[in-house]
Design a protein around this ligand. Structure first.
Ligand code: CP
Ligand code: NVA
Length: 311
């Protein structure tokens, strides 16, 4: 595998499956209170330019529970690309820690950090991708449905960073992703083209939410206003009004369909309180699964580093 997780293409389908399988093992062990100390002596460095509850906490707690440690720095401390160049931050930070998680606006920051880092760099969300989220989401789907391949999944809302990562997962993991967005908010055409090139038919895009949700196994949504888009909030609320996941839209899906939401949720905007807090919602399991999926990812990354070092 690639050393880094810049986006989900850095793992192939086998790699993603192995991370999910390992996450199942680690989840059971952590819940039994028998977490193996596989991260003993490891330090994870986190560098966050945007707010976070789940990503930062789940990475840090994963390190602590499995015997390692973590240090988190904010943009105000580091000034990525402002106080000093991204490449210099990468050289210095990576001389202290064993892997870096970065949350940033510009995907180029992820690429530039990775290019100059001596240790693996993991994308903890940027404007284009959120690969760690989708590892936890696939684990949640696997637990609920017993499989991922062959399912029908609908994405409803903005063709954003989380949507892009779902698209790559669909291309790699053999399920069908139907993307329903308002016109003008479709996913990036280059990312779509790469997904369709990898597996034709894996992703379909349309502006009709009911048509896209029809008979699906999984409905996924996300905020209408991503971090950094706050000035567009009023306009986006107006344009996305028909894309709310509510009882009416959910009734188009299969009766046993599940609802996923990466959170934070805005009840009354992209999802109703009834749905996100109701029995079809697995958003809370999904959030908890960030801990296990990312611990499995780190285990794989640290293991690969060891293998390289020891040959
Ligand atoms: N879903 C997610 O990434 O949450 P945070 O922004 O709280 O990390
Ligand atoms: N699309 C959202 C995801 C938050 C986890 C954002 O980028 O703000």
């Amino acid at each position: 595998m690639a050393r880094h997780l810049r986006n989900l293409w850095d793992l192939d389908s086998t790699g993603i499956s192995q991370v999910i399988d390992r996450a199942v093992q680690l989840k059971a062990a952590i819940r039994r209170g028998e977490a193996p100390p596989v991260f003993a002596g490891r330090v994870l460095g986190l560098l966050f330019e945007k707010p976070s509850l789940r990503t930062r906490t789940s990475f840090e707690v994963g390190m602590f529970r499995l015997g390692g440690s973590a240090i988190s720095l904010s943009h105000s401390e580091v000034g990525l690309g402002k106080r000093e160049p991204v490449a210099d931050v990468a050289r210095v930070f990576s001389s202290y820690v064993d892997a870096i998680v970065v949350r940033t606006f510009d995907h180029d920051n992820v690429l530039n950090l990775a290019a100059s880092s001596a240790v693996p760099v993991i994308n903890g969300l940027c404007d284009r991708f959120h690969p760690c989220q989708i590892l936890a989401d696939l684990l949640t789907v696997q637990e609920a449905k017993g499989r991922v391949a062959g399912l029908k999944v609908a994405w409803v809302g903005d063709g954003n960073n989380v949507c892009h990562s779902w698209m790559i997962a669909a291309a790699q993991m053999g399920f069908e992703l139907r993307v329903a967005t308002p016109k003008g908010f479709e996913p990036d055409p280059e990312i779509l083209a790469k997904c369709l090139d990898h597996r034709p038919g894996s992703v379909r895009c349309d502006s009709d939410p009911r048509g896209m949700v029809d008979d699906v196994d999984v409905v996924v949504t996300d905020v209408w206003v991503s971090m950094g888009q706050e000035k567009e909030a009023a306009e986006r609320r107006r344009l996305f009004a028909d894309y709310q996941v509510n009882r009416d839209l959910m009734s188009c899906a299969r009766g046993d369909a599940i609802l996923l939401h990466c959170l934070p949720a805005h009840r009354g905007d992209e999802v109703t309180a009834e749905l996100i807090d109701g029995p079809q919602s697995l958003a809370w399991e999904e959030a908890e699964n960030r801990l296990y999926a990312q611990s499995a990812l780190l285990d794989r990354i640290f293991g690969a580093v060891d293998r390289v070092e020891h040959v």
